[in-house]
Design a binder for this molecule. Sequence first.
Ligand SMILES: Cc1cc2nc3c(=O)[nH]c(=O)nc-3n(C[C@H](O)[C@H](O)[C@H](O)COP(=O)(O)O)c2cc1C
Length: 146
Amino acid sequence: MGSLDVLFTPTELGPKTARNRLAMLPMGTRFPVDGLLTDRDNAWHEARAAGGVGLIITGGTVVSSGSAVRERINVEGWRRDNLERMRDKAEAVHAHGALLVAQLLHLGRETAGGQLAGFQVAPSAIRAAGQLFTPAELSVGGYRGS
Ligand SMILES: Cc1cc2nc3c(=O)[nH]c(=O)nc-3n(C[C@H](O)[C@H](O)[C@H](O)COP(=O)(O)O)c2cc1C
């Protein structure tokens, strides 16, 4: 076996088996529109699966409205109207033999170069370097002041 051949052997990831050890790192495509997955985004992921990679990690999938960026170019994963499209994406990727993982994203006190669409929350009310706003501190029940 050559030194790189191991890359093309299956590997177990918990209960799943990846067909090889090539993983596609998370990359936001900017194809979602207003936080909704589009056919274009799903087709882009399907094409990568058809290319032979073992595991695809999606770009950041926002977990709550408090972390959506104003451009709304991330998949807003908390929304029910995204469920079917996310399922479509998984099925399309699986049909080509690849595994799919959704990268869950909450930006906290960061804004990833843009403005958040909603109210900014983080573990502590400490402004991050280069950011305009101080986030509200999260508590067990939500954020202080809620
Ligand atoms: C267009 C683009 C979008 C990206 N989106 C994400 C993302 O949503 N989440 C993330 O963790 N990293 C993201 N990254 C970072 C990549 O996953 C990767 O860590 C980075 O490109 C460094 O790897 P490389 O040297 O192989 O390019 C993105 C990178 C690019 C180029």
